[in-house]
Every structure is written in structure tokens, then in C-alpha cells.
Design a protein around this ligand. Structure first.
Ligand code: NAI
Length: 339
């Protein structure tokens, strides 16, 4: 089922709706040519011309069979039209339960939709009730199962309750994307206020630790799980005017490594993603200002990333395809830290 009405309009172009991809692009492995072009149409005989078509004239195609390759290509095209959408084809997380924090918008929402697409029952946690509810609504409208739990990740009691609610509702927790975060206020190190420092660290770093503190015991009971924490390229390289943010994200990377080692033998993999400049509400405020060109210039790939591009990395890190990957801080950054 598709999202309709005003919400659909507001999400159009954001990539958050399951996009209607032309079938040939959707299955590049089946057919890597462009969409069946109009040049498949047979040349017309101009009015008033003789029906006789001289040898070598393209019009002779009318009387000949199309080349074999073209028949196969046409069949692939027809078959691909009858295949289900990608989301319906691959349900690698069927029967599993995923938690995404900060899933009311941006990367977290894209990640929640990606987990749901893969068949997971998806728990959306955020301080924003409206946005969290919208994420759940989109998932349910698409045929998935989701639950919103209002949670401030910087508060231990709320995180503990979140995990209890997940277990009460779905009986288990297999994947967690600890993603909630804030940019904090911009100021050079000496001008960063104590309040900004404490607030940024409390959500971005302590929040990730608290989530793992309550997720891990449940995963241990089940014999394993996979956790992905959202760090940032600002945890790998310095970013001017963001001391608290850089410190929090660098901390997330080290916390991820420590936790990965603590539970490697227990079947819990812990990794981090380090997004570059991703076009989400966090960055949106700078779009259309002078800062926008500067942000794009940071990216060797020449554009900002999309939340879905981070979400795909998160899904992969949680999947069995990444079964030997733990303690990794994976840049998803258009080459930003490769410079
Ligand atoms: P966003 O602002 O769209 O999403 C962040 C979400 O976290 C919001 O829904 C917000 O309500 C929620 N949140 C904030 N404080 C919370 C709290 N105390 N408890 C629970 N939820 C809370 O921003 P975006 O870009 O999607 O950010 C997601 C993560 O990605 C953040 O950790 C951010 O630091 C990180 N990131 C973002 C980058 C970007 O360029 N957008 C780059 C690198 C990292």
C-alpha cells in the first residue's frame, strides 16, 4: 500500500516513500541497458511512399524478425514488470525486531523504513511524538509492523522502559541502530558553553552508551544481536566550531570498539557508521544559505548524501552478510575522510 495525500506530497522526492523505480533500473543484474527505448518502435513508412523498401533501408526491419537479443531483452522487461518491488522480494529480517532511535526524521527514519522493508518489526524511538508517529504510520501503510515509544535517550530510566516495552510487545530485540543525536551549538572551543557541552555529550555519547547498556542484556539472553551506532566523520577528523560534537562522535567510535570487544564472543556485533554531509533536517537549515556550497565542497563525490544511503549501510552491518564485521567505524561519506 502506498502513502497518499499531504504526507505523500511532503515526502515526495525525499526518497522516504518506497520509490517506484523503473523495472530495468530496479533489477540491473537482469538487464543493464537503458529502459527499453522508443527506438524499438519500428520505423514508419512515410505517407505517400512506395511499400517497396530497398535493401539496407531501416524500414526493412518491418519485414524481418527482431534480432534474438532484442526478444530476450523484451522478455526480461516483461518479466521484470511482473516481479514484486525489491522490498517485497528480500525479507532478510523476517521474524526479527529492530530498534532505531532518533527515527522521527532524517537518517533514523530512513533506517527504520529500511529495517521494515527487510521484514523486521521496527521500534521507533524519539523525543518527537509527531515525527515518530509519522514514521510508524508510513511503515504500517506499507504493510509493516511498527511501534513508537517516546524516549529521551539521555535518560537512563526512559531507555530502560523502552527496552522493556519492546520485549513486552515483540518478545525480543535483534538489531539496534542507536542514532539519536543533535548538532549542538556552533562555537570555537573556548566559547563552547558548559551547557552546550553537557547537553551534546549527554545525547550523542551518553545516550548511545545507555542504549547499549539496556539493549545488550536482552541480546545476551537471546544469544546474539547486532548494534550500529551513528557516529560521524566529525569523529574521525576535526570540524571547526564543533568541539562538543566532535568529542561526542569520537567518543561514540571508541565506545563502539570497546563494546565490540566486550561481546565479540557472545555473538553481538557492534559497529558504527560515520556519515559525511547528509541532507537531513539537521543540515537542511543550511541549504539555500552561503554555507550550502561549502558543505557540498567538502564532499569529493560532489553532492550531499541521502539518508537512505546511510540506512543501507546500517542494514548491511546488521545483516548476516556482515557476520565477520565488528568494531568497525564505517565512513558513509562520499569520500570525505579519504582526502
Ligand atoms: P535529524 O535531526 O533529522 O534526526 C535526529 C533525531 O534525533 C531527531 O528526530 C531528534 O528528535 C532525535 N533526538 C534528538 N535528541 C534526542 C533525544 N535526547 N532522545 C531521542 N531522540 C532524540 O538529524 P540526522 O541528520 O538524521 O541525524 C541522525 C544522526 O546522524 C545524529 O546522531 C547525527 O549526529 C548523525 N549525523 C548526521 C549527519 C548529517 O550530515 N546529517 C552527519 C554525521 C552524523
Amino acid at each position: 500500500m502506498r502513502v497518499r495525500g499531504e504526507l505523500a506530497e511532503s515526502l515526495r522526492g525525499s526518497g522516504l516513500l518506497y520509490p517506484k523505480i523503473p523495472p530495468i533500473q530496479k533489477y540491473p543484474g537482469l538487464c543493464n541497458t537503458e529502459r527499453a527505448p522508443r527506438d524499438h518502435a519500428q520505423p514508419r513508412i512515410p505517407k505517400g511512399r512506395s511499400r517497396h523498401i530497398p535493401p539496407g533501408h531501416p524500414g526493412r526491419i518491418i519485414r524481418t524478425k527482431p534480432p534474438r537479443g532484442r526478444i530476450i531483452q523484451t522478455w526480461i522487461h516483461i518479466v521484470s514488470l511482473t516481479l514484486p518491488e525489491r522490498g517485497e522480494m528480500t525479507k532478510q529480517f523476517e521474524g526479527k525486531v529492530a530498534l532505531v532511535t532518533g527515527a522521527a526524521s532524517g537518517i533514523g527514519r530512513a533506517s527504520a523504513l529500511a529495517f521494515a522493508r527487510e521484514g523486521a518489526k521496527t521500534v521507533v524511538a524519539d523525543v518527537l511524538v509527531e515525527g515518530g508517529g509519522e514514521t510508524v504510520w508510513i511503515i504500517k501503510e506499507s504493510g509493516g509492523d511498527a511501534l513508537f515509544v517516546r524516549t529521551d535517550v539521555s535518560k537512563a530510566a526512559e531507555v530502560e522502559t523502552l527496552i522493556q516495552k519492546i520485549v513486552e510487545t515483540y518478545g525480543r530485540l535483534d538489531y539496534a541502530h542507536n542514532n539519536a543525536g543533535i548538532a549542538g551549538a556552533d562555537a570555537p572551543t573556548a566559547d563552547c558553553t558548559e551547557e552546550n557541552w553537557d547537553h551534546t555529550i549527554a545525547i550523542n555519547l551518553k545516550g548511545v552508551w545507555l542504549c547499549m547498556k539496556y539493549e545488550i542484556p536482552q541480546m545476551l539472553k537471546q544469544g546474539g544481536g547486532a548494534i550500529v551506532n551513528t557516529a560521524s566523520t566529525a569523529g574521525l577528523v576535526g570540524l571547526e566550531g564543533s568541539p562538543a560534537y566532535c568529542a561526542s562522535k569520537g567518543g561514540v567510535i571508541q565506545l563502539t570498539r570497546a563494546a565490540a570487544l566486550d561481546y565479540a564472543k557472545a555473538g553481538i556485533r557492534v559497529n558504527a557508521v560515520c556519515p559525511g554531509v547528509i541532507r537531513t533536517p539537521m543540515v537542511e537549515r543550511l541549504v539555500g544559505t552561503e554555507a550550502e556550497a561549502g558543505l557540498i565542497a567538502m564532499e569529493p563525490i560532489g553532492r550531499m548524501g541521502k539518508p537512505e544511503e546511510v540506512a543501507e549501510a546500517v542494514v548491511w552491518l546488521c545483516s548476516d552478510a556482515a557476520s565477520f564485521v565488528t568494531g568497525n567505524a564505517m565512513p558513509v561519506d562520499g569520500g570525505l575522510v579519504a582526502q
